[in-house]
Design a protein around this ligand. Structure first.
Ligand SMILES: [Zn+2]
Length: 119
């Protein structure tokens, strides 16, 4: 059973994944989004099967971080699939730093260049 907040978050997250998957060159991936309880310290996570190019992004309905930044972040992780880290099992600190740097830059660029895109 998903709450109203969860339903809203899920539909927004799915739309954001549809928007960013081609922009990030990840159209050959099969990305599923779901709502899940990740505890208090995590807003989202991605589980991926690199060989089949399948990914499942789980997002918390009561996430604190901007949803678009979260979706960009989890999608950028797919580019690091070759590193063999399953994000759910805790990927390396360096990967996490790289993914945050790239996703925040993309998120800022979006806001800077296309104001009409903002919510
Ligand atoms: Zn991450």
């Amino acid at each position: 059973m998903i709450s109203m907040l969860g339903m809203t978050t899920l539909s927004k997250a799915k739309a954001l994944v549809r928007k960013w998957t081609p922009r990030l060159g990840l159209s050959d991936w099969d990305v599923t989004v779901r709502i899940g309880d990740l505890g208090t310290d995590r807003d989202a996570e991605v589980n991926l099967e690199a060989g089949r190019k399948e990914a499942i992004i789980t997002v918390s309905a009561d996430h604190d971080e901007d949803l678009e930044l979260l979706m960009i972040h989890e999608l950028v992780h797919l580019h690091f699939a070759w590193a063999g880290n399953d994000h759910a099992e805790g990927s390396g600190v360096l990967e996490e730093q790289a993914v945050w740097a790239i996703s925040k830059a993309l998120h800022r660029k979006k806001r800077g260049t296309t104001p009409s895109d903002q919510k």
